[in-house]
Design a binder for this molecule. Sequence first.
Ligand SMILES: [Mg+2]
Length: 229
Amino acid sequence: MLKPYSWLLFDADGTILDYNTAETHSLKAAAASFGFDVNPEILSLYHEINSALWVDLERGNITSLELRVKRFDSLASRMDWDVSAVDFSRTYLRELGNSGFMIPGAREMLADLPGDMQRAIITNGIRDTQYGRLKTADLMKDFSEIIISEEAGSAKPAAAFFDYTLDRIGFPKKKDLLIIGDSLSSDIAGGIGYGIDTCWFNPEGRENETGVEPTYEISCWDGLFEIIK
Ligand SMILES: [Mg+2]
């Protein structure tokens, strides 16, 4: 049977990999190594700082190198922690790179995909960290290409990121591609801007008040199989 798409471009964090669990684990482990405790208030402060910096990154206002240190600089100064942000960041990233936590059902979904559909990861993130996590989760075999914003030199939703992606996967026709991701601002907006169909993975049933309209919305992986059957 003719498949409507021949390439599935999966976002990593919040779609295949469980970033929230990995982040909490890594932040606690890094803080503990410097003698600090991370309670829920500190975790939520960190989220606030980190999210704001990721928005800056998506807008191209800061680099990923700046982001990875700045977030701990802000956190340490707010918490009065006497620690080098560079050292903290290095420890945190080492922990994160060893975290292979996955989104429930993602592994089974990948195993059940038709063998003739090619898959790539398209992720905004740090090269070593993302490769480390994909390897720890034993996912390298599941994707023919891993596209990481740090290597691309630009991040979703920028067109330059998708220029780089298409180059890496051999310039298939845009109509043969489907982007699957949990972020309206990076995955879905990026796909719309570039003329690629999009599938919003929304397991928590969040309201979409952004005006960014995905081609499809799914709440679980069964929904993806409905689209590609
Ligand atoms: Mg994501």
